[in-house]
Design a protein around this ligand. Structure first.
Ligand SMILES: Nc1ncnc2c1ncn2[C@@H]1O[C@H](COP(=O)(O)OP(=O)(O)OP(=O)(O)O)[C@@H](O)[C@H]1O
Length: 247
């Protein structure tokens, strides 16, 4: 793997999630410190129900934490308004899911351009930028095809192009290889690794797939809502967690 700067792209400090209250309270995530740097691939693994999606959702600003904070490029964005969070998600975060969620009536190029359409970028510029994004993930030759004419791996590449087209410095991927066969999945992982190396994007991958470790700069394991490092030590949480809110 390449040497990368140690600039933190996205960070959770003392991030905690408690669902419910009183006797019914479930601590989905105990206070956790976690960070991903520019140009780095961070892989989060753990059994079903361990808290991985909860952690990723808080880092992705789609679930508000019960305690702790989320910092993006050094800015504490935890308490931004709903509108501000929506804008931050659109401009600064890219999401990749197991299901590719492409729009069936649009070509690969138009699908990749959707975030720019939402951002009001003029058509010519957005198609040019979408073409660049498709090239980055190796599906330029399929630009004019609709999703149903693409293989699963090609559809996932288009979904990754869509996630990075607006220039997001951070890509958050939830089981990006789960619906792909082994070889196709490896191709997607290689593409994500390359985005980190060449484009300095920070890539966070939540997965059950042990092969994803092969592309990780760092790896953490989540068990029962607690995050441990590769060496098995529980992540040290330095900040104090004053207010824990219950949903
Ligand atoms: N909205 C919710 N309300 C109550 N409990 C929840 C809610 N969402 C998640 N939980 C609980 O929090 C814990 C962690 O769930 P989470 O979905 O983060 O696990 P996961 O590791 O992503 O699992 P999987 O790999 O199956 O997706 C589980 O015990 C789950 O039941």
């Amino acid at each position: 793997m390449t040497t990368h700067s140690r600039t933190i792209a996205l960070e959770g400090r003392g991030l905690t999630k408690v669902f419910g209250a009183g006797e019914l309270a479930v601590t989905a995530l105990h206070p956790t410190d976690i960070a991903v740097h520019e140009g780095e691939v961070l892989v989060i693994m753990g059994p079903s129900g361990s808290g991985k999606t909860t952690l990723l959702s808080m880092l992705g600003l789609v679930l508000s934490p019960s305690g702790g904070e989320v910092r993006l490029g050094g800015d504490n964005v935890t308490h931004a308004s709903a509108d501000a969070l929506a804008l931050i998600r659109r401009q600064r975060l890219g999401f990749v899911f197991q299901q590719f969620n492409l729009l069936p009536s649009l070509s690969a190029l138009e699908n990749a351009a959707v975030p720019l359409l939402l951002a009001g970028v003029p058509r010519r510029e957005r198609l040019a930028r979408a073409a660049d994004a498709l090239a980055l993930v190796g599906v330029s030759a399929r630009a004019s095809h609709r999703p149903r004419l693409l293989s699963g791996g090609q559809q996932q590449r288009v979904a990754i192009a869509r996630a990075l087209v607006a220039g997001a410095p951070v890509l958050l991927c939830d089981e990006p290889t789960a619906s792909l066969d082994g070889e196709t999945g490896r191709g997607i992982l290689a593409a994500l690794r390359e985005l980190a190396d060449r484009e300095r994007r920070a890539v966070v991958i939540v997965t059950h797939d042990d092969r994803v470790r092969a592309i990780a700069d760092r790896f953490v394991h989540v068990v029962d809502g607690r995050v441990t490092s590769d060496d098995g030590s529980i992540h040290h949480v330095s900040s104090t967690h004053s207010e824990v809110q219950h949903d």
